[in-house]
Write a protein that binds this ligand. Structure first.
Ligand code: SAM
Length: 251
């Protein structure tokens, strides 16, 4: 990966590790917001040591997996449903990480792994697609070693809507946004099961501004799939939209 590029449009003093990576590669391979910013934010509160077995659940194009392998020396199982494992394998080989990252295509609800196999499971901008099921945590935690860590970073609500979708968010809010929730909602979902000890449940400071920064970078290179979102997010300014982070350990 390249060193920090001059005029790096993704340069963000909040995320020094992410700044080391090629902005074109990040822009081409992040599927929501900058996958590296979210991964870096999540890993600030997870202790990862070289050689650990980590599941990158819903890894998309596996750039978070590359980040995990490079920054922490962990072994990564890059697991995703919409992205082909061969495409991810090619990306992994381009990085010379064949001995560290193993791409697998599959559904988060039907995983081929042994119980107790992973030291950590992380999920970046993906848990909203399968993790709201009341019963999912019980399934997922079985793949962690006791004491192992589960960490998720995802878009979410800073507060619930009072009367339906607010006017200024109407052109932003797609049907798949209905699984966006507040940090308290997620915390309760996990806490009541008694299956995990919650270590962190918080929101990204100025998360909406990070989102705007990302959208502006996409606008600059003509790669914003939803160009109307930039102005909408600016208007929201974090009243409703932001990012949520939860980290817990298996009891
Ligand atoms: C918004 S993308 C984020 C991908 C990547 N983590 C990133 O940040 O660029 C959501 C990802 O969730 C994955 N996903 C959705 N439902 C899934 C499921 N049931 N099992 C596994 N992955 C799933 C999709 O394949 C997709 O790659």
């Amino acid at each position: 990966m390249s060193i920090i590029k001059e005029n790096n449009i993704l340069y963000n003093e909040r995320f020094p590790l992410s700044n080391k990576y090629d902005p074109d590669w990040i822009l081409d391979n992040s599927m929501g917001i900058n996958a590296l910013w979210l991964t870096e934010w999540l890993c600030e509160v997870i202790e990862l040591k070289p050689g650990m077995r980590v599941l990158d659940l819903g890894c998309g194009r596996a750039i978070s997996s590359v980040f995990l392998a490079k920054e922490f020396g962990v072994q990564v199982w890059a697991y995703d449903l919409w992205i082909n494992a061969t495409d991810n394998w090619n990306r992994i080989k381009q990085q010379g990480l064949e001995s560290k990252i193993y791409p697998i295509h599959g559904d988060a609800r039907n995983m081929p792994f042994a119980e107790g196999f992973f030291d950590a499971i992380i999920s970046v901008d993906s848990y909203i697609y399968f993790g709201t099921d009341d019963l999912y945590l019980n399934y997922l935690q079985s793949f962690l070693v006791p004491g192992g860590t589960l960490g998720i970073a995802l878009p979410g609500l800073m507060k619930d809507f009072e009367n339906g979708v607010p006017e200024h968010l109407k052109d932003f809010w797609g049907q798949d946004c209905w699984s966006w929730h507040t940090v308290d909602w997620w915390k309760k979902l996990w806490e009541r099961t008694g299956l995990v000890d919650i270590k962190v449940a918080d929101i990204m400071p100025e998360g909406c501004m990070m989102y705007v920064k990302w959208k502006e970078a996409q606008d600059e290179v003509g790669k914003n799939p939803w160009p109307q979102d930039t102005a909408i997010l600016k208007k929201d300014a974090g009243e409703y939209v932001g990012f949520v982070r939860l980290v817990a350990t298996r009891k």
